[in-house]
Design a protein around this ligand. Sequence first.
Ligand SMILES: [Zn+2]
Length: 170
Amino acid sequence: MDILSHGLWGGIIFGRKNKKSFWASFVFGIGPDFLSFGILFLERLIRSAFTGTWHIRSGKPDLAEIPQYVSGLYDITHSFVIFILVFCIVWALFKRPIWEMLAWPFHIFLDLFTHSTEFFPTPYLWPFAFTPINGIPWSTPIIFFTNVGFLILIYAVYWYRKKRYASDKV
Ligand SMILES: [Zn+2]
């Protein structure tokens, strides 16, 4: 799924309590992609600024052009095993579970079915062996627009109910 959708799904599912909770869930929702492809994007942006030539191209990146460190980070951030580990460490540190963090495994879950084995299949059990799942790429129009449609619907319902609840209280 695209990075913005990940953030929006994370926020609406796990961050409905208040604004802080929403943005925390949003950040955990985009985290796995931000800490892999996001770094590559920033690196290219900085390189473009220094060299004066534009290094960012739109569309699907060529697999051969993606540096090794990006796939390394992608493995780490898209693994349920790593998530469970980090979730438990954070739980121990804060002495309570941080539920907003669940936007992270939800990101992995969405990616499982929206990435084909040809382009970054989700390494959901990394560092252990896993059977890659051949999902339908999220850039396929039917998946892309269905996702956007559901997001609009769910946010509209949420805002409508919130407004109604606020006016009921007056
Ligand atoms: Zn992802």
